[in-house]
Design a protein around this ligand. Structure first.
Ligand SMILES: C[S@@+](CC[C@H](N)C(=O)[O-])C[C@H]1O[C@@H](n2cnc3c(N)ncnc32)[C@H](O)[C@@H]1O
Length: 241
């Protein structure tokens, strides 16, 4: 796994995620409603909670204990550990399945076979991700050019390359938005990414890192708000098996 989802990262993940999950899902699903949602790689729950707006019930499954321990409670969401082999659902149970920022790590024919087992015929599969474009901000608050090196992470990963006999591609999109974030929210976003976290730690030192980053971000905020561009990626399939 490229990104380390350890306790420090999980705390910032839990503290704030931008409202982009709901925005992307609304764009993909419009007014559709589903009985049982499955969110694979649910992290600290924001993607499961966003999915719950479209479902009677959601199960979020997550391999990292640190993320699971920080998962946000919600009356229509349950969380479960995930051993990366067996999805803890019965056959034909899920009517919508989401991967939010996860498929890059998880993509395999074995996973797709498990998805086919738990998906009811006609189920939707939504693969989505977003990239909050922070490189310019990181450079401006530290006077050091931030270069994200050594990652081949792909935000637009989809199921292509796998055996898609039982899956029909419905749509694939890339859109842009601008977020208005306050320094505290943006600091959590920066520190929830392990590469940025370690880079900021080098710049500011470990002590009170979140506070120091917030103070630096204050200097570029106007009326407590910083405009931050983001790219939104989504692909939707129907399971026809
Ligand atoms: C970028 S986070 C996204 C979390 C959540 N879906 C969200 O949008 O807030 C990626 C998550 O995928 C999990 N993960 C990593 N490898 C995975 C795999 N093979 N299968 C399922 N989840 C995985 C990580 O532990 C992490 O919680």
């Amino acid at each position: 796994m490229e990104q380390d989802y350890d306790e420090e990262i999980a705390i910032h993940y839990h503290a704030f995620r931008p409202e982009l999950h709901s925005l992307i899902l609304a764009d993909c699903l419009r007014n559709e409603r589903f009985d049982k949602g499955l969110d694979i790689g649910s992290g600290t729950g924001q993607s499961s909670i966003a999915l719950s707006a479209f479902c009677e019930q959601v199960i979020g499954i997550e391999p990292s204990a640190a993320m699971l321990n920080n998962a946000i409670a919600h009356p229509r969401v349950t969380y479960s550990g995930y051993d990366l082999v067996t999805i803890p659902l019965k056959n034909d149970e899920a009517t919508i399945i989401t991967f939010a920022g996860v498929l890059y790590y998880a993509k395999s024919q074995e996973l797709l076979k498990e998805v086919s087992r738990v998906a009811r015929s006609g189920a939707k599969v939504v693969i989505y991700d977003f990239e909050v474009l922070t490189a310019a901000i990181l450079s401006s608050i530290t006077n050091e050019q931030f270069l994200s090196v050594g990652t081949d992470y792909k935000h637009d990963v989809d199921l292509s390359g796998l055996d898609l006999t039982d899956f029909k591609l419905l749509q694939k999109q890339k859109e842009k938005t601008i977020l208005g974030l306050n320094p505290e929210q943006l600091s959590h976003i920066l520190l929830a990414d392990s590469i940025q976290f370690h880079w900021l730690k080098q710049q500011f030192g470990k002590q009170d890192l979140h506070k120091k980053v917030m103070t630096a971000l204050d200097t570029i905020a106007e009326n407590n708000s910083i405009p931050v561009p983001a790219d939104l990626y989504s692909t939707v399939y129907t399971y026809t098996g």
